[in-house]
Design a protein around this ligand. Structure first.
Ligand code: PBG
Length: 326
């Protein structure tokens, strides 16, 4: 039937009708809150390009996690910012059982009940060169890095992490991590793999937060070319074959087509990372008075869900949870 018999506007005439035909719903259940943990006590230093997000010492981090939990957010993901002096060529501080992330996990697990603690597994925040793999000359080495990533993941699991999330984009790391976890009795620790992670300009503010920008070159030899989508299917497929429990697309907004594609192709849970630059753009636009920040935030998160994401890692988690809880 066509106009004038059929009129789509009929079902938009009031909010009750709109509610009845609404196809997608964002829920607090879908949110994962990324947090940055740093050394010290009573440290809460705002990340200038990410207003409302902070580098937190463990004491403040625990308070922040408790607040997120009380808003109904089911999970947090931790990024460690080690003491500058602890950084080395191989990122050894990343698997120190008393490293910043490991201590943070133990503190959260002690103080906050019923929250899923996910950890980012990567060496870039812990290396002097800032790359996600071992470096030889100008080359980022793949295979020798795998063992380190597995060690990091294991140290997180041993400290009490509920889930590990490798973000390095080395080939074969999901298998290496799965085998190591299984050998040590962590068969029930899921892996959320950053499967389709692009070499993106949208990570800028995060790199300021962690001081993790590569000191030479760029990440294009391991993160994906933004021009490619079919390659993303192969990446996701590899991670699934190697034992990933959740596959992630990152960034989210400029890659909604990739989220949609994976949703059609796989029956695995899909995560999307609403990254730092996506957050900062909305905050900046709102600060200038050019857009309605809350409205654009909710619309953006909804679009990521509509594209097919089951969960969204987002710096907006607390703000969105407050709006969803109204
Ligand atoms: C790498 C990592 C990055 C992000 C998460 N894990 C940065 C990068 O690849 O340079 C970026 C997240 C964001 O921008 O919000 N360990």
């Amino acid at each position: 039937m066509f106009f004038p018999e059929y009129r789509p506007r009929r079902m938009r005439m009031n909010e009750n009708l709109r509610r009845m035909v609404r196809e997608t719903r964002l829920s607090v259940d879908n949110l994962i809150y990324p947090l940055f943990v740093t050394e010290g006590e009573g440290v809460k230093s705002e990340i200038s390009s990410m207003p409302g997000n902070y580098r937190l010492s463990i004491d403040d981090l625990v308070r922040e996690v408790a607040e997120a939990q009380s808003l109904g957010i089911p999970a947090v993901i931790l990024f460690g910012i080690p003491d500058e002096k602890k950084k080395d060529e191989i990122g050894s501080e990343a698997w120190n059982p008393d490293g910043i992330v490991q201590r943070a996990i133990r503190a959260i697990k002690k103080e906050v009940k019923d929250v899923i603690v996910i950890t980012d597994v990567c060496i870039d925040e812990f290396t002097t060169h800032g790359h996600c793999g071992l470096v030889k000359g100008d080359e980022i080495l793949n295979d020798p890095t795998l063992e380190l990533l597995a060690k990091i993941a294991l140290s997180h699991a041993q400290a009490g992490a509920d889930m590990v999330a490798p973000s390095d984009m080395m080939d074969g790391r999901v298998r290496a991590i799965r085998e190591t976890l299984d050998d040590d009795g962590f068969q029930n620790t899921p892996i959320m793999a950053y499967s389709v992670k692009y070499a993106s300009g949208y990570y800028g503010p995060f790199r300021e937060a962690c001081d993790s920008a590569p000191r030479f070159g760029d990440r294009r030899s391991y993160q994906m070319d933004p021009a490619n989508s079919r390659e993303g299917l192969r990446e996701a497929n590899l991670d699934i074959e190697e034992g990933a429990d959740i596959i992630m697309v990152k960034p989210a907004l400029a890659y909604l087509d990739i989220i949609y594609m994976l949703k059609q192709e796989y029956d695995y849970p899909i995560a999307a990372y609403n990254v730092s630059g996506e957050y900062s753009m909305i905050k900046a636009g709102a600060k200038l008075g050019w857009i309605d920040g809350d409205r654009v935030m909710m619309e953006t998160l909804l679009s990521i869900k509509r594209a097919g994401a089951d969960m969204i890692l987002t710096y907006f988690a607390k703000e969105a949870a407050k709006i969803l809880g109204r």
